[in-house]
Write a protein that binds this ligand. Structure first.
Ligand SMILES: CC(=O)CC(=O)C(=O)O
Ligand SMILES: [Mg+2]
Length: 218
């Protein structure tokens, strides 16, 4: 038994594993090919942000995009987890933002460089409160939405994911051992766009959870 409470997973310093291009409509809006295998990248724990503190646009970017995503919080670790038992490793969920310095990412892509500067900067992973798994009986069919200053920008459904949550847990755990407190970001639907200083981002999962973040600059 651990004395820590997974409902405050962002304080644990564990891994943030992100899946990219998991929605065909988003891959297409950025002129990316629709993948046949998951595209993975990482954020560091200093990317975590909870409500009440602002998202900070880094000095080196002029185009930071919002990406609303369903996050899966791991409750029981494992390596080479079978798809059939993958959901037993889930403690719950969180609504997450994969804030992305798109101009930097485009530059990295053109030079064949890794995406760390674009994806892993401090405050690049705002998260909602923890949602126990019982509150989302079918995580493969929930609506995730995001408004900027009251205007709907992203309004997708996790049923549009190319790779399901059990598949992702199994696939990732073959490569990277999953631990209690890790977070998997499952990709974003279409509608990503640049945010500006003083913007207000308001997002939700069906009627399960909502969260609000303001945007600032370093
Ligand atoms: C092109 C991307 O930034 C991929 C990504 O993060 C996604 O959610 O899709
Ligand atoms: Mg993303």
């Amino acid at each position: 038994m651990t004395s820590r409470n997974v409902s405050r997973f962002w304080e644990w310093g564990k891994k943030i594993i992100c899946v990219g291009r998991n929605y065909a409509d988003h891959a297409k809006e950025l002129n990316n090919v629709v993948p046949t295998e998951p595209v993975l990248f990482l954020k560091t724990p200093s990317a975590y942000l909870t409500e009440g503190s602002p998202i900070l646009i880094p000095k080196y970017s002029n185009s930071v995009h919002h990406e609303i995503e369903l996050g899966v919080v791991i409750g029981k670790g494992g390596t080479a987890i079978l798809q059939s038992s993958a959901m037993q490793h889930v403690a719950g969920y969180a609504l997450c933002l994969d804030m992305t310095a798109r101009d930097v990412q485009d530059d990295c892509k053109s030079k064949g460089l890794p995406w760390t500067l674009a994806k892993a900067f401090n405050t690049s992973c705002p998260v909602s409160e923890f949602i126990p798994k019982e509150r989302i009986p079918d995580p493969g069919n929930v609506k995730i939405w995001l408004k900027v200053n009251g205007q709907m920008r992203q309004n997708g459904c996790t049923s549009q994911m190319i790779f399901s949550i059990p598949f992702l847990i199994s696939y990732i755990s073959e490569i990277i051992t999953l631990e209690e407190g890790d977070l998997i970001l499952t990709g974003t639907p279409k509608g990503v766009s640049a945010v500006q200083v003083h913007d207000e981002l308001h997002a939700g999962i069906d009627d399960v959870v909502s969260m609000t973040f303001k945007v600032g600059r370093l």
